[in-house]
Design a protein. Structure first.
Length: 151
C-alpha cells in the first residue's frame, strides 16, 4: 500500500531521543501515558495529522499501541492527551497503551502523517483501516523510534 509523501516531517520528543530509551513513565510499568511529541516541517496545506504507534519487534507481528487521526496540525501532541479521534489498538481499546514487551528490548515507532483532509472514520478504525483511508491524502510523514525493555 503506497502512501505517497513528499515532505519529511521531523518528529521528536522532549522525553527521549531518537533510538533512545523511553522513560518508564510512558510504559506499563509507569503511568502508561503518552509522551509529548513535537512535529516540525508540517506542509502548509495540511488539514490534519494522523499518528500510528506500533512495536514491530512483537512476536506475532507489529503490535499496535496507538491509532489517532484528525489531530490539529499545530505541531505538538501534549503528554497524556488525545487531541484527535482514537481508533483501536492491539488490546482492542480506543486509547494509548504504553510499551510493555514480554521480554527483551523492543523498538516503538511513532509515525506521524500530514494529510490534506480530515477523515470521517468510526472509532472501530484499526491501523490497517487508517492506512487505507489515508491513501491519496498524505502530504508528508515522519517518525520517531524509542526503545524499551522492562526493568
Amino acid at each position: 500500500m503506497a502512501l505517497a509523501a513528499n515532505t519529511t516531517l521531523k518528529v521528536k520528543s522532549p522525553a527521549f531521543s531518537s533510538d533512545g530509551a523511553i522513560p518508564d513513565k510512558y510504559t506499563c510499568t509507569g503511568e502508561n501515558i503518552n509522551p509529548e511529541l513535537l512535529i516540525d516541517n508540517i506542509p502548509k496545506d495540511t488539514k490534519s495529522l494522523a499518528l500510528i504507534m506500533d512495536d514491530r519487534d512483537a512476536a506475532l507481528g507489529a503490535f499496535v499501541h496507538w491509532v489517532m487521526w484528525n489531530i490539529h496540525p499545530k505541531g505538538i501532541i501534549l503528554q497524556n492527551s488525545s487531541p484527535g479521534a482514537q481508533g483501536i489498538n492491539g488490546k482492542n481499546e480506543n486509547k494509548y497503551t504504553g510499551p510493555c514487551p514480554p521480554n527483551g528490548k523492543h523498538h516503538y515507532h511513532f509515525k506521524v502523517y500530514a494529510l490534506n483532509t480530515k477523515l470521517d472514520l468510526p472509532l472501530s478504525t484499526s491501523k490497517g483501516d487508517l492506512l487505507k483511508a489515508m491513501e491519496g491524502h498524505v502530504l508528508g510523514s515522519g517518525g520517531l523510534v524509542g526503545i524499551y525493555k522492562k526493568p
